[in-house]
Ligand binder design. Structure first.
Ligand code: CIR
Length: 254
């Protein structure tokens, strides 16, 4: 899918209170701000018009806007995040989505869903069932997608926070994926570039208008991508990695 716009939210000084399983230390706020600003510049350089929302102190994870909405060509679907501390983020994102989308749908209790668990591949939506996304949330999403003539399928997520922590679609029928997913039957119809086990964080990459954004410092993955003919843009996101944030979760693209 080609994108023209993106929505991001600046990180808040409360970022260090963000949920995490990573043992990488606390994020340094000033560094996170610099990295976020370069991330935004990269999106703009790749042709996107970026709406920058103000930081939200009460919600340390609100900079990870990708989780609170799934944007499709026909509608925006506001999720019901699985982590209790993130549920209020949906109210923050609602007004801006209503300004861009005529159709806004909702995932509701008892279903939970983080959109970081949803990967779109050529119009088909794969939904990870994870610690954050429940089978009921996935079922609600599949029904909403059906209303718009779209298809959704579920995939169990055993490791990693979200499905998209471990798999990205790069266009040309090609996925970048960790070993966990490269052998999964549901993805065998795609060409798969498997990331090295020391570089699993780089499996969360972003295809933006023909270029692939990857987190900085994952040299083997960059070599693999360039060898496969992709143009790569490296972006430093180390401060977000410290709170389990991937490259894609810092923006909503549409
Ligand atoms: C969380 O645990 O919810 C945040 N600290 C990180 C969310 C990352 N989201 C994503 O990769 N889609």
């Amino acid at each position: 899918m080609n994108f023209t716009k993106a929505i991001v939210r600046k990180p808040s000084p409360s970022l260090e209170k963000g949920l995490t399983t990573a043992k990488l230390g606390l994020p340094v706020f000033e560094k996170a701000v610099r990295q976020h600003s370069k991330y935004v510049q990269t999106l703009k350089r790749l042709g996107l018009e970026v709406t920058e929302l103000e930081a939200s102190d009460p919600f340390p994870d609100a900079t990870f806007v990708e989780d609170v909405a799934l944007l499709t060509p026909h509608c925006a679907i506001i999720t019901n995040p699985g982590a209790p501390s993130r549920k209020g983020e949906t109210k923050l994102i609602e007004p801006i989505l209503k300004s861009f989308f005529e159709n806004v749908e909702y995932i509701s209790e008892p279903g939970t869903l983080d959109a970081g668990d949803v990967i779109e591949i050529e119009g088909e939506y794969f939904i990870g069932i994870s610690e954050r996304t429940s089978a009921k949330g996935a079922q609600q999403l599949i029904l909403i997608l059906h209303q718009y003539g779209l298809q959704g399928y579920t995939v169990p997520v055993q490791d990693g926070l979200h499905l998209k922590s471990s798999i990205s679609y790069l266009g040309n029928n090609t996925l970048l994926a960790t070993a966990d997913f490269s052998n999964h039957p549901i993805f065998q119809k795609y060409n798969i570039i498997e990331v090295n086990e020391e570089e699993t964080y780089a499996a969360n990459a972003l295809l933006i208008n023909g270029k692939v954004m990857v987190p900085r410092g994952f040299y083997h993955t960059v070599d693999q991508l360039e060898h496969a003919g992709f143009e790569v843009e490296e972006v430093a996101v180390s401060e977000f990695e410290k709170v389990d944030g991937g490259l894609s979760c810092l923006s909503l693209r549409f």
